[in-house]
Design a protein around this ligand. Structure first.
Ligand code: GDP
Length: 535
């Protein structure tokens, strides 16, 4: 690689940030995303992501479903620039479209922003997504949202987060309230007070902020005596009793830098974005079967983390989303699909800018490109310019919903098997069986993380494979893969009317009826190991 390209690669890597937002529905992810795009200059008046919000509720209407998927393709990755950084925000589907894709997206991100509602703190979905990040030691930044309305006491909120998730918190910005009104934040790294002024567009334009030194009579006068005294008191407490800032601990995912703000009014969004981009890691080295691959390695590598099928049966094309891990990508590059050894030319790749797809000529580590696929690529596939490294697989995540597939025309079993195989490879859902030897037996089951995946499966089986099915849901939202002595697995698995299922590789998992039943088994059956992703 010529020196100037090597230098460009190094620069591109050091200025790239690829992250995802993890949150529970309604914490404000759509709103914050809009505002980040607004600050990034990708849209002038925030509101472009809204169409998605408006359409999210009617899921049984197929036209709607297609529209929604169309929109989610274009907003799967949002790229914008801010302060010299090239930022890739990977969308994590939430609400009804919550799915394995949501988890897999986290594997493609280098850091995560955990968005919390200031009244609710950590909620169930946040916790699930956090666990995936924690396992991967992904650096996590916290944004406490909705500070424009009275919420939980800030100190209490953070100590709850620490206790709940087992992560240390270090506030970088701290909220300033005037009575109940959110008037500013103090930035501990810059030692500056940001006082906000109301914009005239109800949050549609950037917030106006004045930056003031903390220790000044003028600042005290502007903030007000009482809020100022409270602020000094809080800072003293944080400095004395809080966790000190430790960059290495942030990089290991053990310490979360925390920011306070309001996505709705934009207050605190700008200080968050600036500090976050500075502190968040650039594209990180990734482990492969041939050793660690540095992003600045000149040879292109990447992996498929998501495949989006076209809902229109006349267009079977799918888009495979490839996260670039190393090297410079140029349109037309020939790479090897390492799993099969086949050569693939990446000739019509696309990139994503806010809601628009554009043809991409060049891309760098941390970027995501969309590659048209005719059914050859699979989730987890590595694409490499040279050699045959494979990135260590994307884990299989435990479904939350299970259903038995019932064929309406029993003669269509072959087509059903073909369809299920294809859809499983694509990662649209997982297939299970009720006995380890029953892989072609009468009753396959499908498992999904989100309910919408079931609707999509039925629709696609009918329209792409000509198989009409119905689903019988089965109970058990707490699946665990199990290893250990067979008789013990049988005992736990048959207690209290539970089900034992076998995945496509024959590995058993038990469906627990509730978290209590699971805990009981965990405590008593010490010879059995319970895994929350496939062993
Ligand atoms: P999502 O489900 O996480 O994408 O959440 P949305 O962005 O759709 O927001 C859910 C609701 O919370 C909407 O009614 C938003 O207007 C509201 N919301 C989002 N951010 C804020 C905020 O900073 N303050 C207040 N008061 N409401 C907010």
């Amino acid at each position: 690689m010529p020196t100037e390209v090597a230098l460009e690669l190094e620069r591109a890597v050091s200025h790239r940030r690829t992250f995802a937002i993890i949150s529970h529905p309604d914490a404000g992810k759509t709103t914050l995303t809009e505002k980040l795009l607004l600050y990034g200059g990708a849209i002038h008046l925030a509101g472009a992501v809204k169409s998605r919000r408006a359409e999210r509720h009617a899921t049984s209407d197929w036209m709607k479903l297609e529209q929604e998927r169309g929109i989610s393709v274009t907003s799967s990755v949002m790229q914008f620039e801010y302060d010299g950084f090239a930022v890739n925000l990977l969308d994590t589907p939430g609400h009804e479209d919550f799915s394995e894709d949501t988890y897999r997206t986290l594997v493609a991100a280098d850091s995560a922003v955990m968005l919390l509602d200031n009244r609710k703190g950590v909620e169930e979905r946040t916790r699930q997504l956090f666990e995936v990040c924690k396992k991967r030691r992904t650096p996590i930044f916290t944004f406490v949202n909705k500070c424009d309305r009275v919420g939980e006491d800030s100190l209490k909120l953070l100590s709850d987060v620490e206790a709940d998730l087992g992560i240390d918190c270090h506030p970088i910005t701290w909220p300033i309230f005037h009575g109940n009104a959110f008037v500013g934040v103090y930035d501990r790294r810059l030692d500056q007070v940001h006082l906000f002024g109301k914009d005239e567009h109800h949050g549609a334009t950037r917030a106006i902020a004045q930056r003031l030194p903390l220790h000044s009579a003028d600042t005290r006068a502007r903030v007000g005596d009482e809020p100022y005294a409270q602020l000094l008191h809080d800072i003293e407490l944080l400095d004395a009793a809080g966790h000190p800032f430790d960059r290495d601990a942030v990089m290991r995912g053990e310490l979360s830098p925390v920011f306070f703000g309001s996505a709705l009014t934009n207050f605190g969004v700008e200080p968050f974005l600036r500090e976050f981009l500075e502190l968040a890691p650039p594209p990180l080295p990734r482990e492969s079967t041939t050793g660690i691959i540095e992003p600045t390695n000149p040879s292109f590598t990447g992996f498929v983390f998501k495949i989006q099928a076209n809902m229109d049966p006349r267009h079977r094309d799918r888009i495979a989303f490839v996260r670039i891990c190393s090297g410079r990508f140029v349109a037309g590059l020939e790479v090897t699909q390492v799993r099969t050894g086949k050569k693939v030319r990446l000739s019509a790749p696309q990139q994503f800018m806010a809601r628009e797809r554009t043809a991409v000529e060049e891309a760098w580590p941390g970027d995501v490109i969309g590659v048209i696929d005719r059914g050859n690529l699979r989730i987890g596939d590595t694409l490499a310019e040279d050699g045959n490294p494979e990135f260590t697989g994307i884990p299989r995540f435990p479904p939350e919903h299970f259903a038995r597939v019932v064929l309406i025309d029993p003669m269509k079993r072959k087509q059903l098997d073909a369809g299920l195989r294809q859809l499983t490879e694509e990662g649209a859902a997982q297939v299970f069986f009720t006995s380890p030897t029953e892989v072609s037996g009468p009753t396959p089951l499908i498992g999904a993380v989100g309910m919408l995946q079931f609707d999509v499966m039925l629709h696609r089986l009918e329209h792409e494979y000509g198989v009409r099915c119905r689903l019988e849901k089965i109970a058990g939202r707490y699946p665990r893969w199990v290893t250990g002595p067979k008789d013990a697995i049988e005992r736990v698995g048959r207690e209290r009317g539970r089900n034992i299922l076998y995945d496509a590789f024959g590995a058993p998992l038990i469906l627990f009826e509730d978290s209590w039943g699971l805990r009981w088994a965990l405590e008593r059956e010490t010879s059995v190991k319970f895994h929350d992703s496939a062993p």
